[in-house]
Ligand binder design. Structure first.
Ligand code: RM4
Ligand code: MN
Ligand code: MN
Length: 396
């Protein structure tokens, strides 16, 4: 491989970090049930331990996203324990994800709920989440709302929009100057008729209205089939409103499949838009790259390593696009040349250089193989099996 290409790959890997979600290590399922895995993590300590493995083997996952409620049973009281686990397992707390959907009170919504007492409760939870983030030196609080309705006429869509604007502004006012709030959108599920924050335009308007520290979070699974996600990314970048990603792949809906398992070229195109923007602007985009996946059939740690490796490969490929030539080809409307520049970069086998980079960092060249050899999975399977297999496999 010409050394210039290898150098570009190395440079791209030096800067690429991706956050893994605590919930990706836990038993999860579908609406129809859970398939229990003997090695799944069920405590916050086990999640940190598993995340620590992924980071130790890949070197690029220094932070773990945490879900309030699932990871902080005692709310703010859990902060010292989590800080201690972070030190012990070598991964820092990353984004803090409030949970405004699970409690019974949220049946008709949280920030969009017509009942002021429930909105108050939701605001209190958001405040706690911000305090947890501050206590753990986490910058980002990622909000995902399930708010919406299932049947026409049952909700006042405009009134709920106003309520969201108010509550998001109130939440923004609680942020410390160095914190950000990320607003995630999703077209449907669990609401099936209307969702209050259904797409990137709604998230963008609400983030703008909330205040300067609010940005949009793009979950790649949260789009209608065949939607052009990289265009959304390009627009959000141009508006300085892209805060971060939840990466996953999908075939039909919000499937939370392994990144790049269905359409790696799309992930490449997303990375390309970001790197092209950075080259043109001469500055880094401040983006939190995060994974939001749940593997109910694959081994969880293996799938997470597979995801991270795929993300690195695709990011490195995107870094190989020749921007000078691309700009010239776009200007002169040389369509085939312009398109080929992307295709050539995508077709480059970056894996040998990525392996070399890992070796240069003292990391295993093949993190998945290293994990399989490590004996970690066998050990935790023995330790956790009895508890896991005794837990509920059904949601009924
Ligand atoms: C949602 C959304 C959120 C995630 C939950 C578990 O579909 O993607 O980001 O926290 O799932
Ligand atoms: Mn998500
Ligand atoms: Mn999702």
């Amino acid at each position: 491989m010409p050394s210039q290409t290898a150098q570009r790959i190395f440079d791209s890997l030096e800067r690429f970090r991706i956050e893994i979600p605590s919930w990706g290590f836990a038993n999860t399922g579908t609406r129809f049930g859970k398939f229990l895995q003997p090695a799944a993590a069920s405590t916050i300590e086990e999640k940190f331990s598993d995340a620590g493995q992924v980071h130790a083997l890949t070197g690029v996952c220094p932070t773990i996203a945490l879900h309030v409620l699932w990871d902080f049973e005692d709310g703010y009281g859990g902060v010292p324990h989590v800080a201690e686990l972070a030190a012990r397992y070598g991964v820092r707390p990353g984004s803090i994800n409030p949970n405004l959907f699970q409690d019974q009170i949220y049946k008709h919504g949280s920030f969009g709920n017509p009942d002021p007492a429930i909105r108050e409760e939701a605001l209190r939870h958001s405040e706690t989440s911000i305090a947890i983030a501050r206590g753990l030196h986490s910058r980002d609080i990622s909000f995902w709302f399930t708010d919406g309705s299932n049947y026409p006429g049952t909700a006042n869509i405009r009134a709920r929009k106003r309520l969201f604007e108010e509550c998001l502004r109130a939440t923004h006012a609680r942020l410390a100057p160095d914190q950000r709030m990320l607003i995630e959108y999703k077209p449907f599920e669990p609401a099936f008729y209307h969702t209050d924050i259904a797409d990137w335009g709604m998230a963008l308007l609400l983030a703008r209205g909330a205040g300067p520290q609010a940005k949009v979070l793009v979950d790649t699974g949260h789009h209608y089939a065949s939607q052009n996600i990289e265009q959304i990314v390009a627009w959000l970048l141009a508006e300085n409103m892209l805060g971060g990603f939840h990466f996953n792949d999908r075939r039909y809906a919000d499937d939370d499949l392994t990144l790049g398992s269905i359409d790696p070229y799309q992930v490449f195109r997303i990375f390309h838009e970001i790197l092209f923007f950075e080259w043109e602007e001469g500055r880094r985009a401040d983006i939190a790259y995060m994974i939001d996946q749940s593997h109910n059939l694959k081994g969880k740690i293996e799938a997470m390593i597979q995801t991270v490796v795929m993300a690195q490969d695709l990011f490195a490929k995107a870094a190989l696009v020749d921007y000078e030539q691309l700009r010239a080809a776009q200007k002169s409307c040389d369509l085939v040349r312009a398109e080929s520049l992307l295709q050539d970069a995508f077709a480059t086998d970056v894996r040998p250089a990525v392996r070399e980079w890992r070796a240069s960092k003292g990391l295993p060249q093949d993190p998945l193989e290293a994990f399989r050899q490590s004996g970690y999975l066998e050990r935790i399977s023995l330790e956790r099996a009895a508890r896991n297999m005794a837990s509920a496999g059904s949601y009924a």
